[in-house]
Design a protein around this ligand. Structure first.
Ligand SMILES: O=C(O)CCC(=O)C1=CC=C[C@@H](O)[C@@H]1C(=O)O
Ligand SMILES: [Mg+2]
Length: 336
């Protein structure tokens, strides 16, 4: 896109088909902003700003304040000088700026019912509902082709979750990969118990299931304890909330983290600076959704395709969270 753009934005709200319950609480509605840049040649670029303030990004209010204070005409300079305190804005504006350069972007919006091309389900990790609902939900997702699942822990009492986990590891088919995401909700003792339990399962030769990693077992402020745990067990640990923004990502890497980094492109910050960091440091990454709409997802999938390593499934298997995308989007788009 060229240097001057007409800037338009529209807030949206979208209720999940099923709430997402984690240690952070129950999340029912995704709120965000869709923005559109139109250059002098009338080429259009779409972007989405989908903050998760409890995860470490800016708040929706801060996004709205930032968008409202912008003029109707903005430039490259505006886009590439968005402050680091607004990482979701950096992602949304820069994605819109890049939009025209992608194969998917135009296809998705040029044909009335274009399906956003999605790699096959095997490349995705599907989110299981927390608690024992996972015991019967996994099969529907397995039939859709998913082979990697993520299950939330740190929500109920650990004794109850360990019991469900034991059943889950017995019924999931061979070759399944299972991720456990605590969202920082375990105590140090509980994290040790989960890691020991997973190591013991790993040692059980008959068990073909792979526990791929435990995600964010402890709160962000307990980085040193997680660094110590990462060298004490076979089972891998992935940081998520601890590396929510580029600034945090660089800090954890600088303090010695070399296991897995969960990257949420929608809130981490500037895509161009993320690419630079990942190319420079070759970190072990898992890309993850911020439960955004197709606009944000297209941009995030583009980044995941470029930067994923070690053949790890990407955490965008959230299709059962939303009603049909295309009809919803056409309506919203027409209003813009
Ligand atoms: O990463 C995935 O597999 C799916 C997305 C996902 O799990 C999350 C998205 C947004 C907020 C969080 O509650 C949650 C996470 O902790 O990773
Ligand atoms: Mg997580």
């Amino acid at each position: 896109m060229t240097n001057d753009y007409r800037f338009e934005f529209r807030p949206y709200q979208r209720r999940f088909l099923r709430s997402l319950t984690t240690n952070h609480g129950k999340w029912d509605i995704r709120e965000g902003i869709i923005l559109r840049l139109t250059d002098e040649t009338l080429r259009v670029g779409w972007g989405e700003i989908a903050p998760i303030s409890w995860f470490g990004s800016e708040t929706l209010e801060q996004v709205l304040d930032f968008c409202r204070q912008l003029p109707g005409e903005i430039t490259d300079e505006t886009i590439f000088s968005i402050p680091d305190e607004l990482p979701a804005c950096q992602f949304g504006f820069e994605s819109a700026w890049e939009w025209g350069s992608w194969k998917w972007g135009n296809e998705f919006f040029s044909m009335p019912n274009a399906q956003c091309p999605m790699p096959n389900a095997q490349s995705f990790s599907a989110l299981l509902p927390f608690g024992e609902a996972a015991l019967n939900q996994w099969e529907t997702l397995w039939q859709k082709g998913y082979r990697t699942f993520k299950w939330k822990i740190g929500v109920d009492a650990i004794a109850d979750e360990l019991k469900i986990f034991e059943s889950l590891t017995r019924i999931l088919p061979a070759s399944t990969k299972l991720r456990l995401d605590a969202n920082g909700g375990l105590s140090y003792e509980e994290a040790n118990l989960w890691l020991r339990t997973c190591d013991n399962l790993k040692a059980n030769a008959e068990l073909p299931l792979e526990i791929e990693f435990i995600e964010q077992p402890l709160p962000v402020e307990q980085f040193q304890q997680m660094l110590e745990l990462s060298t004490s067990y076979e089972t891998a640990i992935a940081l998520d909330e601890s590396v929510a923004t580029l600034k945090q990502l660089a800090a954890c890497h600088q303090q010695g983290w070399r296991e897995i980094f969960v990257i949420k492109p929608g809130i981490v910050g500037s895509p161009s600076r993320l690419r630079k960091f990942c190319h420079q440091h070759q970190i072990d990454t898992v890309f993850s959704s911020v439960l955004e709409t197709a606009i944000g997802r297209l941009a995030a999938l583009q980044i995941a395709a470029e930067l994923s390593r070690n053949n790890r499934a990407i955490g965008f298997g959230i299709d059962h969270f939303f009603e049909q995308e295309e009809t919803w989007f056409q309506t919203l788009w027409n209003d813009l």
